[in-house]
Design a protein around this ligand. Structure first.
Ligand SMILES: O=C(O)c1cccc(C(=O)CC[C@H]2O[C@@H](n3cnc4c(=O)[nH]cnc43)[C@H](O)[C@@H]2O)c1
Ligand SMILES: [Zn+2]
Length: 353
């Protein structure tokens, strides 16, 4: 992302620190990470689409009236991904952008149902993401892992298909570590997805549903109770329930906080009203993430800058935030130790300048 996107209230020195800080990204969507260049290129290839071909016009197109409007626009971009080569290119370019921001490890949320139902062969889909993952690690040094999410509003057919793709030994990609649930929450109760999460967990996957992004704290409780969530995507409304905050803190169930996303989808009115401070105050493990960065006019660096301002963090505080993400990631222990060591060395060197 360009300089103008970095939170304007962040001191220049802290901005530079954030830019070089080794980071982990735990909540970022595959299609939602398509850069304006990729989106406009794909839109030009498919003139039947209403997505603008001019990257400049995308900023307007990516201005959302509410969460439902965001999902409508999101699906118009999903419609542009039509071939395994589109999938490979998108994945590889997402990794390039993450590497540019010093992201060493990322768990990318992918919705395979949306691609297979649009006619992409399932085997070719898996090969495309795996091919991009391996190339990205070799060329950029960024380790990618996958979270396959159910688009909840598409119903149990989508849940069945996602669970099948995630657990079939002949298809399941090597990089897959977790199972999620995305899309609108209103009218999409979490408990109905319990059997699919049970299957995924039995197959060794971690549970990371979205919850409490656009509905109340009861949705977060449902995600914990029925889906055995190990981390929560967003969890914004948890701030309304002190018992829930205490439970999250006690069990070290981290929140994948995405501040700018919540403003862009109008789930929260302003950044100053974001409950991230309440989370931190209650001792909940907070991780900072970008969700759908180009669609929300942000990137991970900007989200760290926003967090620094809202939480009043200096360099050490930011390094702790980056280490939180590494600790609650699904990377192996050796990988975690390596990245945390890199964060510590970088911070010590920066502060000793
Ligand atoms: O693909 C389809 O045909 C389809 C049919 C009905 C409903 C859906 C969806 O609801 C897809 C939702 C899609 O949104 C992704 N996403 C991206 N950012 C967020 C977010 O902040 N909160 C929730 N979901 C998000 C999610 O991964 C799904 O792929 C699809
Ligand atoms: Zn999300």
């Amino acid at each position: 992302m360009t300089e103008h996107l970095v939170d304007p209230q962040t001191p220049r020195d802290l901005k530079a620190f954030i830019a070089g800080l080794p980071k982990a990204e735990l909540h970022v969507h595959h299609v939602g990470s398509a850069s304006p260049r990729i989106v406009s290129e794909l839109a030009a290839r498919h003139p039947d689409s209403k997505v603008p071909t001019d990257p400049e016009a995308l900023a307007d197109y990516f201005t959302f009236t509410d969460f439902a409007h965001f999902i409508e626009v999101y699906l118009s971009v999903v419609d542009l991904i039509r071939t395994p080569e589109d999938v490979r290119l998108l994945t590889y370019e997402v990794a390039r952008e993450l590497a540019r921001q010093q992201v060493r490890y990322a768990e990318l949320t992918i919705t395979p149902f949306s691609s297979t139902r649009r006619g992409i062969d399932e085997r070719a889909f898996m090969d495309a993401i795996e091919d991009a993952r391996k190339a990205a690690e070799a060329e950029f040094g960024t380790v990618l892992r996958w979270c396959f999410d159910i688009p909840g509003e598409a119903g149990l057919e989508a849940a069945e298909e996602t669970a099948r793709l995630a657990t079939d030994d002949r298809l399941r990609p090597e990089g897959l570590v977790s199972f999620g649930l995305g899309g609108p929450e209103v009218g999409v109760p979490r408990p109905q997805f319990k059997p699919y999460f049970d299957r995924a967990i039995a197959a060794g996957l971690h549970s990371v549903p979205h919850a409490g992004e656009t509905t109340g704290p009861e949705t977060v409780w449902d995600a914990l109770t029925h889906l055995r969530a190990e981390r929560i995507g967003h969890g914004t409304s948890a701030a309304q329930d002190p018992k829930l905050l205490a439970h999250l803190a006690e069990h070290r169930i981290a929140l994948e906080v995405c501040p700018t996303s919540n403003i862009a989808t109008r789930a929260v009115r302003t950044l100053d009203e974001h409950p991230i401070k309440e989370f931190a105050r209650a001792g909940v493990v907070v991780t900072i993430n970008s969700d759908d960065p180009p669609m929300f006019g942000t990137d991970l660096q900007n989200e760290y800058a926003v967090a620094a301002r809202l939480l009043g963090l200096d360099e050490r505080g930011l390094a702790d935030l980056a280490k939180n993400a590494v600790e609650v990631s699904f990377l192996d222990d050796a990988g975690k130790t390596r990245i945390k060591g890199e964060i510590d060395s970088y911070t010590a060197e920066w502060l000793g300048r």
